[in-house]
Design a protein around this ligand. Sequence first.
Ligand SMILES: Cc1cc2nc3c(=O)[nH]c(=O)nc-3n(C[C@H](O)[C@H](O)[C@H](O)COP(=O)(O)O)c2cc1C
Length: 203
Amino acid sequence: MTSLLLNASPHGASSRTFGMAQTFLDEHAKLSGDGEIIVRDLATFPLPAITSDYAAAITSRTPDPAHFALSEHLIEELEATSFLAIATPMHNFTVPASLKLWIDYVVRIGRSFASTPQGKVGLLKDRPSVVIVGSGGFHTGENARQPDFLTPYLRHALGCIGIHDVTFFLMQGLVAGSDAGERALAACRSDLARYLGRCVGER
Ligand SMILES: Cc1cc2nc3c(=O)[nH]c(=O)nc-3n(C[C@H](O)[C@H](O)[C@H](O)COP(=O)(O)O)c2cc1C
């Protein structure tokens, strides 16, 4: 079994969300016997902007498959994995542009979802997925002072392609002083440990 880790934090190795996700996946691999972890760092190695050819192909009834090469590669990478982890900061209330681009390549009509009279139906198989979200301020709970367009949007986009088994872990207040940051990290660590315990118990 293979896991895919997507990172959308521009801080790379020093990102708290990326670090948390890497530690979690290492533990997950040890306990569940999962094999390879594929890491795709969307922030350090950004995907190219959507081209006119891709935009035309995605809305064409007779698309030229050559324009789907990158999209196909990313979808196949996702299809080949049985566990998905996404480490992402909140950027202006939603996902960073680097992660949005991945979504724009992977959520593709006729390939990862079908358009039906009842709406969009996912064509990829479901698999357990975790999303670790870091934010400078608070967007959930009694301290929330800003809207959260990240978690509902990402849940919907993943659900659109068939990935419904998604659990979000929030690390809020990461720029609200070192004590608040440490508390957020500790709470996330213990939530992930509980999640891992459940995963292993279910196998
Ligand atoms: C361009 C940009 C936009 C941001 N927008 C928000 C925001 O809307 N809400 C928020 O709480 N934090 C915002 N932040 C702060 C990041 O979410 C925060 O620093 C995050 O913890 C970084 O996590 P990381 O260390 O994993 O990259 C923003 C940061 C950047 C660089």
